[in-house]
Design a protein around this ligand. Structure first.
Ligand SMILES: C[S@@+](CC[C@H](N)C(=O)[O-])C[C@H]1O[C@@H](n2cnc3c(N)ncnc32)[C@H](O)[C@@H]1O
Length: 282
């Protein structure tokens, strides 16, 4: 399991939060009773769900105790039910009611084999319910390609490559088809954000700061010994500086994200019985 540092993750919060609100903009639920956030993280976005639907019971699910602790601290009024669970085994049925909205923002890329899980979650949605996901689609970007290349040069290359391979996401059309097969009307799309990091010029290596909060976590978890960590980080930091040079506006990190929103269409009402043909009278 990947470790999470809520403080590091909260840096760049504006860039990380924007896709969530763009995702939510396509969810048409008006008065949901039960709203669930899968991979809720450190909490601010789950609390935004509670603000959007003040009458709803809101549940945040995550398996990182550090993130859940930060979320509980943020939620001083106890508005949200924070649940520790692994999404690979979490079941909708554990909620005791069918959710009307399930949201998962920037989390499912960490759950290998999440496509079949989505089918199960949608099956557990209430009729007329909504399922909305956003995942990074940037595993081919220089930030990640360089990570894999430098991992291959390390003594513990096999472990590193294995750990990095576990994270991944699918294409918008794949999520579209999975959700459609599960009985949803689907809206799927992608957006590449040209993110300007550190316009003030305060950070030595803003892209390294960015990935240290997310994509680099599996490497940092494995390489805990200072010398082995330095053997990875020194070439990786240098490669990032070349791949993402500072410009007049800051360091530009192009970031592709994949979105899919499914609306579970109510099961069609039973067709009225076909009236039997009138008996000819003459
Ligand atoms: C990048 S953070 C996103 C947090 C939040 N949704 C947001 O958008 O700010 C990914 C979150 O997914 C959680 N996560 C990853 N794998 C998980 C799993 N198998 N089960 C539950 N949570 C998981 C992590 O603990 C982390 O809090």
């Amino acid at each position: 399991m990947t470790s999470w540092d809520p403080t590091q993750y909260a840096r760049f919060a504006d860039h990380r939060n924007r896709p969530f609100f763009e995702l939510l903009g396509r969810v048409g639920a008006t008065a949901p009773r039960l709203v669930v956030d899968l991979g809720c993280g450190n909490g601010p976005l789950t609390l935004a769900l509670a603000e959007r639907w003040p009458q709803a019971r809101v549940v945040g699910v995550d398996n990182a105790l550090s993130m859940l602790a930060a979320a509980r601290e943020l939620d001083a009024e106890g508005r949200v039910e924070w649940v520790e669970a692994d999404l690979a085994t979490w079941e909708v049925g554990s909620l005791g009611a069918a959710p009307d909205v399930i949201v998962s923002n920037a989390a499912l890329q960490w759950v290998p084999g999440h496509l079949p899980l989505i089918e199960g979650w949608v099956a557990g949605l209430a009729d007329d319910g909504w399922f909305a996901l956003q995942v990074p689609g940037n595993f081919g970007a220089p930030s990640h390609r360089l990570m894999r290349e430098i991992a291959r040069e390390q003594e513990r290359s096999v472990e590193l490559e294995g750990a990095l391979k576990r994270a991944g996401s699918a294409e918008p059309a794949t999520y579209l088809q999975f959700l459609a097969r599960a009985g949803c009307e689907v809206d799927a799309w992608e957006t590449t954000y040209e993110q300007v990091l550190d316009p003030e010029g305060e950070q030595d290596n803003p892209v390294l700061e960015w990935v240290s909060g997310t994509g680099l976590r599996p490497v940092l978890d494995l390489l805990t010994e200072p010398a082995e960590r330095a053997a990875f980080l020194e070439p990786y930091a240098a490669a990032l500086l070349s791949a993402y040079p500072r410009t007049a506006v800051g360091v530009i990190l192009s970031f592709r994200r994949v979105f899919a929103v499914g609306h579970k269409t109510p099961a069609p009402a039973a067709a009225p019985a076909v009236p039997s043909a009138p008996t000819p009278t003459s």
